[in-house]
Design a protein. Structure first.
Length: 142
């Protein structure tokens, strides 16, 4: 039925959350430790198998995959102000959000760096994107 399908999709999204994955990883680790103590072969072969499966589970469960649908890709009509958007993560965030259609305002101290960042973003994403500069110095609130 529709209710069960909706519940299944919500549970699927819940299982993809990093907190849930960490809890699952913890439970699996505890089970492996208990299994190792009582049933696993001793010696270097057993230790090698534990290390292999531990790395395999860690890579699979805590792989840092993005939750589907958690990042909006349609930002038309939205305005976003990004502090420090002229370099680094701020610049990449500004580029992504501008590419999604948001009107982006880069708020930072250095006008020349901001204008250079805007030129680079427009070159990468197209001249039609909405991206502007706002002078802002957060080192003092006076």
């Amino acid at each position: 039925s529709l209710w069960m399908g909706n519940l299944a999709s919500k549970l699927f999204l819940l299982v993809l959350q990093p907190e849930i994955q960490s809890g699952v990883m913890f439970c699996i680790t505890m089970l492996v430790i208990l299994f190792r103590v009582y049933y696993w072969p001793s010696g270097w072969i057993g230790n090698l198998l534990i290390a292999f499966f531990g790395l395999l589970f860690t890579k699979r469960i805590a792989g840092g995959k993005r939750v589907p649908g958690s990042v909006p890709t349609e930002m038309e009509g939205k305005t976003v102000i990004i502090t420090g958007g002229n370099t680094g993560i701020g610049k990449e965030t500004a580029a992504q959000l501008a590419g999604y259609g948001a009107s982006v305002v880069i708020a930072c101290r250095n006008k020349s760096k901001a204008l250079r960042a805007i030129a680079n973003i427009k070159k990468e994403k197209g001249e039609s994107i909405q991206i502007d500069f706002l002078p802002l110095d957060l080192s003092s609130f006076e």
